[in-house]
Design a binder for this molecule. Structure first.
Ligand code: CAO
Length: 489
């Protein structure tokens, strides 16, 4: 986002509120924003909670039966019909207050926590942990205190699941900080320490308004992350490189007896998407790239980027080169409809990056790479990696890809055979950069930094010659990164 100029605090505050609403209430019914009259029918809608999953709000609609409020899982969209209940934080008979965590559920791509919006008693849990909760079916009944019946339009949007202690109460120096997951997320996205914010809610609870007020008071406040963040021109004191993916967790041991269990969550999503991918006739093409000059160039630029708080790996160069090539080969940034009748050429170069996250393989996308500098791509990749490590990537970051890259070489492996992610039509897999003997122009043996790249393309749409020309151009850009300068906008 372009630099936010200083304006009056009222304008700034309004902008923040608009932005916050766009981010958190996207897709919610107008009733959820409090604009509908409370007719009986509409009151049902306003009773409904909503929570965010995959960055998109999932709605729990509530049907009142006397004092018992029944939450139903509904309105998920995009074909999602079920989630797995990962953990219950309450049991039947427990007293709950507004904002208390009730359970954590997981869909194909993200985990989310559902909180109560009522004071009352848990009357019924409809599922056990590990059960699959179905869209449109009740999740939980809460017997409400009639006195505390909620009519206000409080925010019940939830965040992707964090560590257990984060979605209960944060404790700092013996003082409990109370805030909903949505408020915590807003604070986190704006690099605000909750301990520095004065809560104006009940018992000092921090409300979203408190965060917005805090932001408004900070002229030049840091806005929520976006690919268009301003990159600081002057060195910052402490560069914070994106954390590396955590070490592989110890695997379960199966001894003595075979165990069969239903496929869930990410595994289920991977099975579904890879099965769909298998219906695509894959064309494969491999090449080698001499990255010696890029290795030297990155070494030169790395410290400079680090001074700006950005970790500069090879990926931003790979991603930017991909975008430059896509401008010349739009068919590789296209999609084919299901009946193979129409091609859609995508205007944005949204490059998906296969990421080894704490939740498994996810593919967040760096959006509009055609508009970004290499440093901006690096900054966005840092942000996505940090979210991936924290298990907090949402739909906005995980959707909309138009082309993908899989840098398995950052883990190891010299070759890979990438699988296309429909509706995309091509993907590249990058192997490990190795120092290998090569001949220079005079025939002398030199040590070169060599990387293998393997492309897969949808052969219904892309022919081998096109894929090869794209690959040649990509290889040449990265072999001679100075040549990219001529094409950067
Ligand atoms: N060969 C050798 N070194 C490499 C490399 C490669 N192909 N790619 C990256 N590296 C280096 C980086 O430069 C960095 O070194 P420095 O610390 O000196 O800067 C180090 O490895 C770690 O890089 P990184 O992984 O933190 O960052 P990245 O931008 O290179 O990669 C990402 C980001 C998300 C692609 C990577 O972290 C990752 O998750 N890779 C796995 C992808 C995967 O699982 N693919 C399989 C999909 S199919 O199941």
């Amino acid at each position: 986002m372009a630099a936010m100029t200083r304006g009056s605090s009222a304008v700034f505050r309004r902008l923040l509120i608009q932005q916050y609403r766009r981010r958190c209430f996207q897709g919610r019914s107008h009733s959820a924003l409090g604009s509908l009259p409370a007719t009986p029918h509409r009151k049902l809608a306003t009773c409904g909670g909503s929570f965010r999953m995959l960055g998109r709000p999932l709605h729990t609609s509530a049907a009142r039966t006397g004092a018992v409020v029944q939450f139903k899982l509904s309105d998920i969209g995009e074909g999602i019909t079920e989630v797995t209940v990962k953990e219950w934080y309450v049991k039947e008979g427990d007293k709950v207050s507004q904002f208390d965590s009730i359970c954590e559920v997981q869909s194909d791509k993200a985990s989310v926590t559902i909180t109560s919006r009522y004071d009352g008693v848990i009357a019924k849990l409809y599922y056990r942990a590990d059960d699959v909760a179905l869209v449109g079916k009740p999740l939980v009944d809460i017997e409400t205190d009639s006195a505390s019946d909620v009519t206000q339009e409080e925010d019940v949007v939830e965040t992707p699941a964090m560590a257990r202690e984060e979605h209960t109460h944060q404790e700092i120096k013996g003082v409990k900080i109370q805030a909903t997951p949505a408020v915590r997320r807003l604070a986190m996205e704006n690099n605000i320490k909750l301990s520095e914010v004065l809560g104006s809610g009940k018992d000092g609870r921090i409300l979203k308004e408190d965060i917005l007020d805090f932001l408004a008071k900070q002229t030049g406040a840091i806005l929520p992350p976006s690919p268009f963040h301003e990159i600081p021109a002057r060195p910052l004191a402490a560069p914070s490189p994106a954390p590396r993916p955590p070490p592989v967790a110890p695997q379960r041991v199966f001894a003595g007896k075979d165990v069969t269990e239903p496929l869930k969550g990410f595994h289920k999503a991977m099975a579904k998407s890879m099965t769909a991918a298998l219906s695509i006739p894959h064309l494969g093409l491999c090449d080698q790239v001499d990255l010696s000059r890029l290795v030297a160039l990155r070494a030169e630029l790395k410290a400079d980027a680090q001074c700006r708080g950005i970790k500069l790996s090879f990926m931003p160069f790979f991603i930017k080169a991909t975008s430059l090539c896509l401008s010349h080969f739009p068919i590789l940034n296209a999609s084919l409809d299901e009946g193979c009748q129409n091609i859609t050429y995508k205007a944005s170069h949204n490059v998906g990056v296969a990421m080894d996250t704490s939740l498994g393989l996810l593919v967040p996308t760096v959006k509009n790479v055609q508009l970004l500098s290499i440093l901006e791509v690096a900054q966005e990749l840092n942000r996505l990696q940090a979210l991936g490590t924290a298990g907090q990537l949402g739909t906005a970051d995980l959707s909309g890809g138009t082309f993908s890259l899989s840098n398995i070489g950052s883990i190891g492996g010299t070759y890979a055979k990438p699988v296309i992610r429909p509706p995309e039509v091509a993907i590249g897999a990058l192997g490990k950069i190795q120092v290998l003997p090569r001949f220079d122009a005079s025939g002398h043996v030199i040590a070169a930094h060599v990387m293998n790249v393997s492309w897969s393309a949808d052969h219904r749409l892309v022919d081998g010659a096109t894929m090869c020309r794209f690959s040649n151009m990509w290889r040449d850009f990265l072999h001679n990164p100075a040549g990219m300068l001529l094409h950067l906008k």
